[in-house]
Every structure is written in structure tokens, then in C-alpha cells.
Write a protein that binds this ligand. Structure first.
Ligand code: NDP
Length: 291
């Protein structure tokens, strides 16, 4: 029987409704709404599209947004000064620097410069550390948090499940593994040096694919009845169509599977809005504690 689709659009709109509702309640009390500052360096068309869609999403849920657009040749020092200013700005709750940055800028250094409490992408080592420790109170990276949220809302049992994550990037694979450990799954992380990958993935009750290679996971790598979360966004030259990391033929073996598009992608931006609201709430709580 073909797998049931896990509808990321449906769950992301649920999350956005929740964020919209909370923001409206905040505004009703006379407080200002949360504010996200988005920094874009250069004119990469794909990045400009991402920034615009984030601005639109903010407006849709009632979050204020500010865009800071810097030329591609900007000095790293100038970018860092802007981040310092945003860190100090009491009216800004979240800071997002759109990647990729031009080659002359140390991207990791820039992400580390963002105040952890405003790091809505969850890439700062402080937040990565909290995610790795399974601690609450930080901001988890949006894409892996979105994967876990999808599984939770779909009612997939995670405790005790064998979860295999393909990919060990700091943005997706590693934090996805940490978040699944927090859910009490038994987690295996695979990467390009993994021996007999198919033998490992065939043991997965939950398979999370974050590789960056079109249709990489094939049905022979999947256990009957597995749940598959496909993080991949792959484009082929000359086509606007996007492909996942999982061959759609795997639908025949899986019990549930996220589609591409319409699976993890919409969850990422919804989790970004959720992180922005969390950053706002954490800052307000800290202000109260400091009073
Ligand atoms: P990276 O390129 O940073 O990481 C890819 C990982 O896949 C690496 O750990 C790499 O292993 C592993 N890998 C590559 N080839 C193989 C192989 N043959 N066998 C096993 N493992 C392999 O990518 P990201 O983590 O940033 O992104 C992964 C995918 O997710 C991409 O398609 C990206 O576009 C997509 N993505 C989607 C998002 C969304 O919103 N839906 C957001 C972010 C990313 P090694 O470490 O050994 O090199």
C-alpha cells in the first residue's frame, strides 16, 4: 500500500495559526509585537526570494520585520557592526543572517556574533550546545526542529524507535540526531564514510534523509513500514522543479513519508516564526527577572 503523505503544509499552517494567535494576544495587552531583523548580503536571487518570503510570513503572523540589505562587497567588519547594533537593539528580538554569505566573509564568525537569545536560526554554538545537551531554554535550528514537530503532530511514536539520520551537518543532520535522542529514539547517524549504508538504513523505523542528493534513498534502503522524513531540496539545471533526497518510489515501502515540496520545507519557516516568538518571550521573561 502506498505511504500516507505527511502533510507539512497542513502542520506548518497549524503552527503559524498558533503563533498568530499568541502574537495577537501580546498586542492586545498593549505590548509591541515580536520583531525579526533579516540581513541579506549581496544580490543572490534565491536568497532575495527567501528573505522576501520570510518578510511576508512575518507580516502574515503579525511579527514586525526589518530587512537590512548590504552590498556583496561589504566588509566583514561592517556586517559585524550591524549585528552588534541589532544585538543591542531592545526592539529587535530575532536576527537572521541569510546564507550563503559571499566568500570573503567568515560565515561561522558571523553566526557566532549574533546574541544567542536572538539567534532564531539556532546556529550559535550556545544554542547548538543546548540542542546537543537536550536542554530546554535555547533556540533549536528550524529545519530539524520542524522534522521532529512533523513526527510529533503526525502522532508517530518516537520513544524507542530506531531512527537513522543520513547527514551530519551542523544545520540539519547533527541537531536532528540530538532532537531525536531527546525524544528517546535510538539514533544512528550516517554520512559519506558510513559502510554499507543500505544495511544501516534498512534498520530504521524512522529515516531522516538530509544529504543533498536527488533521489539518493532508494526502496532497497528502506524497511517495510518505515516513516521517512525527506529534508532534501535539490534542483536540476534549467528546471524550477525541486527534488528530495528520497526516491518517490520509496512511498511503496514506507508507512508515512514527507513529500518534496510540501513536507519539511514549509515547516522550516513556521519554526522560524515560532523561534522568533520564543526569543521575544524569553527576552521579556529575562527583563522581568532583572527588574
Ligand atoms: P550538507 O551538504 O551540509 O550535508 C550533507 C550530509 O550528507 C553530509 O553529512 C554528508 O556526509 C552526507 N552525505 C553526502 N553524500 C553521502 C553519501 N553518499 N552517503 C551518506 N551520506 C552522504 O547539507 P545540509 O545538511 O545543509 O542539507 C542537506 C539537504 O537538506 C540539502 O538538500 C539541503 O538543500 C536540504 N535542506 C533543506 C532545508 C529545508 O528547509 N527543507 C533546510 C536546510 C537544508 P559527510 O559529512 O561525510 O560529507
Amino acid at each position: 500500500m502506498p505511504a500516507k503523505i505527511i502533510d507539512g503544509k497542513f502542520y506548518s499552517s497549524q503552527i503559524l495559526d498558533e503563533v498568530r494567535g499568541e502574537v495577537a494576544e501580546i498586542v492586545k495587552t498593549g505590548e509591541r509585537p515580536p520583531c525579526l531583523a533579516v540581513v541579506l548580503v549581496g544580490e543572490d536571487p534565491a536568497s532575495a526570494i527567501y528573505v522576501n518570503s520570510k518578510k511576508k510570513m512575518c507580516a502574515d503572523v503579525g511579527i514586525t520585520s526589518r530587512a537590512h540589505i548590504l552590498p556583496a562587497q561589504v566588509w566583514e567588519e561592517t556586517l559585524l557592526l550591524l549585528i552588534d547594533k541589532l544585538n543591542e537593539d531592545g526592539e529587535v528580538d530575532g536576527i537572521l543572517v541569510q546564507s550563503p554569505l559571499p566568500g570573503h566573509i567568515d560565515e561561522d564568525g558571523v553566526f557566532k556574533a549574533i546574541a544567542p537569545g536572538k539567534d532564531v536560526d539556532g546556529f550559535h554554538p550556545y544554542n547548538s550546545g543546548l540542542t546537543a545537551m537536550g536542554s530546554d531554554g535555547g533556540l533549536a535550528p528550524c529545519t530539524p526542529a520542524g522534522c521532529v514537530e512533523l513526527l510529533r503532530r503526525e502522532g508517530i511514536p518516537m520513544a524507542g524507535a530506531n531512527c537513522v539520520v543520513i547527514g551530519r551537518s551542523n544545520i540539519v543532520g547533527r541537531p536532528a540526531a540530538s532532537l531525536m535522542i531527546k525524544e528517546s529514539a535510538t539514533v544512528t547517524v550516517c554520512h559519506s564514510k558510513t559502510k554499507d549504508l543500505a544495511a544501516v538504513t534498512r534498520g530504521a523505523d524512522i529515516l531522516i534523509a538530509a544529504i543533498g542528493k536527488k533521489n539518493f534513498v532508494t526502496p532497497d534502503m528502506v524497511k517495510d513500514g518505515a516513516v521517512i522524513v525527506d529534508v532534501g531540496i535539490n534542483r536540476t539545471e534549467g528546471s524550477k522543479k525541486i527534488y528530495g533526497d528520497v526516491d518517490p518510489a520509496c512511498m511503496e515501502k514506507a508507512s508515512r513519508m514527507t513529500p518534496v515540496p510540501g513536507g519539511v520545507g514549509p515547516m522550516t519557516i513556521a519554526m522560524l516564526m515560532k523561534n522568533c516568538l520564543s526569543a521575544y518571550k524569553m527576552a521579556r521573561e529575562k527583563e522581568k527577572e532583572d527588574e
